[in-house]
Ligand binder design. Structure first.
Ligand code: SF4
Length: 230
């Protein structure tokens, strides 16, 4: 039986992808490697959900490192990109490169990713990046096809799994919060030009950021946005 490493971006997205790969005759191992996720509490919550799904569907789950510091360094300068822009391309590449290395290291035949299950993500881009970093190791899938996304949501409801409301990084989290804020406040009180950038990063740990570390984030006028960072 051929083996495949499935990069898992979050637990709820993985169920229907695992089922699809097993239907296609693969022995599936999961890999949770997502240094983009902020804050650490959210990372641990999504990891725990991935563990739960792996347990239910009886697959092995490999846990990657949480090197958020490297991720932030990679996307520096792209903080204001819209979702689906250049920051996301780097975010996909980083996760797929790590998955390719891990598949080779573990002697698995192929690797792929659950990222294509999201209706908000560009499947062609993800598969292109996967091919570029993994060549023949990478198998192209579009897991949202044949109701893959709906099935994953149904599975999450049935098993009462945690479902996040933002993509993962601090920038997507802030965008969600700003959107929620704009929906709550009268338009006049909300500044639609509010933009932000990371001005400095400080971590006390060589392992990367955790919730105690300082993340100084300011908007273009220098207004401190740390209140949006947990
Ligand atoms: S929005 Fe999502 S895909 Fe894009 S950089 Fe942030 S976590 Fe990565």
């Amino acid at each position: 039986m051929k083996s495949i490493l499935l990069h898992i971006c979050c637990g709820i997205c993985s169920s229907s992808a695992i089922e699809k790969l097993e239907q296609d005759g693969f022995k599936v191992s999961g890999l949770f490697y997502n240094p983009n996720i902020h804050p650490e509490e959210e990372y641990l919550r999504r990891l725990e959900t991935a563990r739960t799904v792996a347990g239910i569907l009886k697959i092995k789950l490999i846990e990657g490192v949480y090197d958020q510091k490297n991720w932030l360094a990679e996307v520096k300068g792209l903080e204001n990109e819209a979702e689906g822009g250049r920051r996301c391309a780097i975010c996909f590449r980083m996760r797929l490169e790590y998955s390719a290395k891990m598949a080779k290291k573990r002697g698995l035949n192929y690797f792929t990713t659950t990222l294509t299950i999201s209706p908000h993500k560009n499947t062609n881009w993800i598969n292109e990046i996967g091919r570029a970093v993994g060549q023949d190791y990478f198998l192209e899938y579009d897991f949202k096809k044949k109701e893959g996304f709906k099935n994953a949501i149904d599975f999450a409801r049935r098993h009462q799994l945690y479902r996040q409301n933002y993509c993962g990084c601090i920038f997507s989290q802030m965008k969600t919060r700003l959107t929620e804020q704009s929906e709550r406040k009268p338009e006049a009180e909300f500044d639609p030009s509010l933009r932000y950038r990371v001005v400095s990063l400080r971590s006390n740990s060589s392992e990367g950021f955790n919730s105690q570390d300082a993340l100084d984030i300011k908007d273009v006028k220098g207004y401190n946005l740390r209140r949006f960072a947990p």
